[in-house]
Design a protein around this ligand. Structure first.
Ligand code: 5AD
Length: 351
C-alpha cells in the first residue's frame, strides 16, 4: 500500500496529549493536523476516541443513517483516471427505466428505507437531467418524507435548480483533491475551479451538500491531505466523506498501489473533529482496503452506512466505480459493524 509522502519537513513533534487537547479545543492548525495524520496504534485510538466524542455531542442519539443506493446510470462524460466507468471504458452503458426504478424504490421503502441515494455517471444532457427530475418526483410521490440524495457530478446552475425543485434534498459532489494540479492529473476532463463553482452553485440552489476527497492517488502528499481537510470547513456543508483509492482493474491507475487505510481513517477522524455536525459515511472501499474497514470507519467517527441492495443484479457489474469485484456489504454485515461500534441503525434521515 502506498503511504502519502510529505514534502515539507515536519515541525517539532507535539505530544499526543497536547495534540488531542489542541484538536478538542477546535484548533485547525496545519501542523497539528499533519501530525495527527501520522498517529498509529494507541495514539490513533486517542484520535478516534476524540472523533467519537465529537460525534456523540453532535448526534446524541448514537444512530447511523441507513441509505440505499441506486446506481441510476453508468453513462459518463468524464475521463477520471481512477474510475473504471470513464467515458473511454468499453463498458456497456445503461440507464435504469422508470418503471424498474419505481418498483425498486417501492421494494426498498417496504424494507423501511427512508434515504435513497441516486448515483450516476456525469451526464449533463438536458434529457437525462429531466429524466432524473421525473424519477425524483416519482419517489417523492410515494412518500414526501423519503430523503433523496443525488451524486451525479458537475451540472449547470439551472440543472441543479431543476433537480432541487423536483424534490431532491441533498447532493454529493466531491472535490477529490484540493490541489489544482493533482486534480487535473487525476481528472483530466475537468478542473478544480469548475468543480468548486459547482459546489457553491449547489449550496446556492438550496441543497444540503456533501463533499470530500480521496486518499492515496499518485502524487498526493500529506500536506495535500491537510489542505483537503481544511477545505471541507470552508463550505457550508452538511455531509463530508473520504474514500481510500482502490485500483479498479479497468481504470487507468490499475497498476498503482491501493491507498493507505490508516491515513484514510485518520483523515475521517479529523474531518469529524473539525466538523462535528456533518454526516460522514463509512464507505465500502474501506472494507476492500482492510479487514473490518467499515467497522473502523464507524470507530473513526462515521455515521452513515450505505446498503448496496438497490441496483438490479444485472446492472451491478456495469457500475464499477472502484472495481468490478466491489465489496457490496449486505444488511447483516452492516448491522453487525454498527452494533459492534455501539451505534444503532436509524430509521429516519439524520439531517
Ligand atoms: N477508489 C476510491 N474511491 C473512488 N471513487 C471513484 N473511484 C474511486 C476509486 N477507484 C470515489 C470518488 C467519487 C465517488 C463517487 O467515488 O470520490 O467522487
Amino acid at each position: 500500500m502506498s503511504m502519502a509522502k510529505t514534502i515539507h519537513p515536519t515541525s517539532e513533534k507535539i505530544s499526543i496529549s497536547s495534540l488531542i487537547e489542541s484538536l478538542r479545543s477546535g484548533s485547525n492548525d496545519a501542523d497539528v493536523i499533519h501530525q495527527a495524520l501520522l498517529c498509529r496504534n494507541e495514539d490513533q485510538e486517542q484520535l478516534f476516541s476524540l472523533a467519537r466524542e465529537k460525534r456523540s455531542e453532535a448526534f446524541p442519539k448514537e444512530e447511523v443513517e441507513v441509505r440505499s443506493v441506486i446506481e441510476l446510470s453508468n453513462v459518463c462524460q468524464q475521463s477520471c483516471n481512477y474510475c473504471s466507468m470513464a467515458k473511454e471504458s468499453d463498458l456497456k452503458r445503461y440507464v435504469i427505466r422508470q418503471d424498474a426504478l419505481s418498483e425498486l424504490v417501492g421494494f426498498l421503502y417496504s424494507k423501511g428505507r427512508r434515504v435513497i441515494l441516486l448515483q450516476s455517471g456525469e451526464n449533463s444532457s438536458d434529457r437525462f437531467i429531466e429524466y432524473t427530475a421525473t424519477c425524483i418526483r416519482g419517489i417523492k410521490q410515494l412518500d414526501n418524507n423519503i430523503e433523496t440524495i443525488l451524486c451525479m457530478g458537475n451540472l449547470s446552475p439551472a440543472q441543479y435548480r431543476l433537480l432541487k425543485s423536483a424534490g431532491a434534498d441533498r447532493y454529493i459532489l466531491k472535490f477529490e483533491s484540493s490541489n489544482p494540479s493533482l486534480y487535473s492529473e487525476w481528472k483530466p476532463s475537468d478542473t478544480l475551479t469548475d468543480r468548486m463553482v459547482c459546489l457553491q452553485d449547489l449550496v446556492d440552489a438550496g441543497f444540503k451538500v456533501g463533499s470530500g476527497s480521496m486518499i492515496g492517488l499518485p502524487g498526493q502528499t500529506l500536506d495535500d491531505i491537510v489542505e483537503d481537510i481544511l477545505t471541507i470547513g470552508k463550505y457550508n456543508l452538511s455531509m463530508m466523506s473520504c474514500t481510500v483509492f482502490i485500483p479498479g482493474e479497468k481504470c487507468n491507475y490499475h497498476d498503482h498501489p491501493m491507498g493507505d487505510l490508516e491515513t484514510t481513517l485518520n483523515t475521517m477522524a479529523l474531518m469529524r473533529i473539525l466538523n462535528p455536525h456533518c454526516l460522514m459515511p463509512t464507505t465500502s472501499c474501506l472494507e476492500k482496503a482492510g479487514a473490518n474497514g467499515q467497522f473502523r470507519g464507524l470507530m473513526a467517527g462515521a455515521n452513515t452506512v450505505t446498503i448496496h441492495d438497490g441496483t438490479p443484479e444485472k446492472f451491478r457489474e456495469l457500475f464499477p466505480i472502484y472495481s468490478s469485484s466491489r465489496c457490496t456489504p449486505d444488511m447483516s454485515h452492516m448491522e453487525n459493524a454498527v452494533l459492534r461500534a455501539n451505534l444503532k441503525l436509524g430509521k429516519a434521515p439524520l439531517i
